[in-house]
Design a protein around this ligand. Structure first.
Ligand code: AP5
Length: 243
């Protein structure tokens, strides 16, 4: 993957940056987060990855989550909120994080707002990646993920350099069980019912930007960087002007 906009790095660490990526399954949240987090040096807080780690380790939380995930349903709010808040409390998230797949319900959004507000922080930008349903099935049907680092590939749109192996760490690539067509249909229904209301919620808070995700991966990345640069540079400039 190419690296884009390294100049943005310099403008980020001077204030807190909590950025959310929201979008339907297969919209490219994981693909784009990997790129953004590496360049911006923001911690990547992906609720799906955290849940899959618990399932893999066979923890109590993982056992609670598994059946919901296998059906394509959301894991109950209390379970996910505790798990994400625990991660948010880690030292590396104190001045920012990129959330991928969280929040997914209005209750989760409210919990995140409350947690950040306790120390005067807030969500600064919500990047909504919009992709038509017809495209999502094709993307998820051809998706492969790295077992070691979670990097996302596609047989056609983003193939690894060596078949079956991750470009970053040589990890084995696998297909997710919940990418089957029947489970995907359920995930899309759940997304429409429980997650789409967040679009309005964040629009009303004045932090939502919509990105056309039905474009080549590198084009989407460039547009995401442009929005990050615009929002956070503006805010930095306003603070400097007020001094
Ligand atoms: P999660 O892991 O978060 O899955 P998801 O939101 O359904 O999203 P995906 O990971 O499927 O897609 P993505 O948008 O990351 O796409 P990607 O970049 O891989 O959640 C899984 C489950 O965990 C949920 O169903 C739920 O049960 C539970 N869960 C998680 N969070 C929860 C929460 N907060 N509350 C409750 N439950 C929760 O891209 C897809 C493919 O397309 C890849 O192959 C990629 O290479 C390709 N691609 C990406 N962008 C492009 C492009 N622009 N052009 C062409 N191909 C592209």
């Amino acid at each position: 993957m190419e690296r884009i906009e390294p100049c943005l790095e310099a403008s980020l660490p001077c204030e807190t940056h909590y950025v959310l990526l929201i979008g339907p399954p297969g919209s490219g949240k994981g693909t784009q987060s990997a790129q953004l987090c590496a360049t911006l040096r923001l911690p990547h807080l992906a609720s799906g990855d955290l849940l899959r780690e618990h399932v893999q380790r066979g923890t109590v939380l993982g056992r609670k989550a598994r059946s919901h995930m296998d059906r394509g349903d959301l894991v109950p709010d209390d379970v996910v909120i505790d798990m994400v808040m625990d991660r948010l409390g880690s030292g590396d998230c104190v001045s920012g994080a990129l959330f991928d797949g969280f929040p997914r319900t209005l209750a989760q959004a409210a919990a995140l707002d409350r947690a950040l507000a306790t120390s005067g922080r807030r969500v600064g930008l919500v990047l909504y990646i919009e992709v038509p349903d017809a495209v999502l099935a094709e993307r998820l049907g051809g998706r492969f993920l790295c077992r070691a680092c979670g990097a996302s590939y596609h047989v056609v749109f983003h193939p690894p350099r060596r078949p079956g192996l991750c470009d970053c760490d040589d990890g084995e690539l696998y297909q997710r069980d919940d990418d089957r067509p029947d489970t995907l249909a359920r995930r899309l229904n759940v997304y429409r019912e429980l997650t789409v209301p967040l679009i309005d919620y964040y629009r009303r808070h004045g932090v939502l930007v919509t990105i056309d995700g039905n474009q080549p991966i590198a084009t989407v990345t460039t547009q995401l960087y442009a929005e990050l640069s615009r929002v956070f540079s503006n805010r930095t400039e306003q603070r400097v002007a007020r001094r």
